[in-house]
Design a protein around this ligand. Structure first.
Ligand SMILES: [Fe+2]
Length: 191
């Protein structure tokens, strides 16, 4: 069973940047509950899981993806906060980090081992894509609607929809890590 300390070990450097300790603990508990519901039993299983089934990830794992997207979103926020004399909107760093760490949490329910060493879409994943199941998980854990927006609207479900600024930054960081792989696999990444 994957426990609180396992998740803290994986994401400690980012969890420690969440100012509100209650929200930090809630973020960890959503991960623990997602692993339980998805049937992920140990950290190695989780570390081997690819972050998408839509393209060859060249070994980039789900855990690495969560770390990279969250760090990328923080970088985008800091670039504006430190550069603009007058930032026209407030960025909530707690919401940004929590959203980064939870944006793909629904994938714990969307994917499953295929029994041949790979991964496949689960029944739950066919019924609901991860932005929807992830937002449900966050709401069930007691997170507010704005955190739910960072999950529900971070991918194509959010196209043209109202979004909090943190969703915009997480979306851009997410696709900055996804699109190059799709381009590389389609021979469209100039190297
Ligand atoms: Fe993602």
């Amino acid at each position: 069973m994957i426990e609180i300390r396992d998740i803290e070990h994986l994401f400690g450097e980012l969890l420690d940047q969440i100012y509100d300790k209650e929200l930090r603990a809630k973020t960890v508990s959503v991960w623990v509950e997602g692993c339980r519901q998805g049937g992920w039993e140990n950290i190695d299983q989780l570390k081997n899981m690819p972050f998408t089934l839509l393209t060859d990830t060249h070994g980039v794992s789900f855990i690495e993806h969560n770390l990279a997207v969250t760090k990328g979103a923080i970088g985008l926020a800091k670039a504006q906060l430190e550069t603009y004399g007058n930032l026209p909107y407030d960025i909530d760093m707690d919401r940004l980090i929590i959203g980064g760490l939870l944006h793909d949490i629904g994938k714990l329910l969307e994917f499953e081992p295929d029994g041949k060493g790979g991964y496949q879409k689960s029944l739950a994943g066919k019924c609901m894509r991860h932005p929807i199941s992830g937002a449900v998980m966050a709401k069930e854990a007691g997170f507010d609607d704005k955190i739910a927006n960072t999950i529900a609207c971070h991918a194509k479900e959010g196209d043209g929809r109202p979004q909090v600024i943190e969703t915009v930054l997480i979306h851009q960081a997410d696709f900055a890590t996804f699109n190059p792989l799709v381009m590389k696999n389609g021979d469209k990444l100039i190297e």
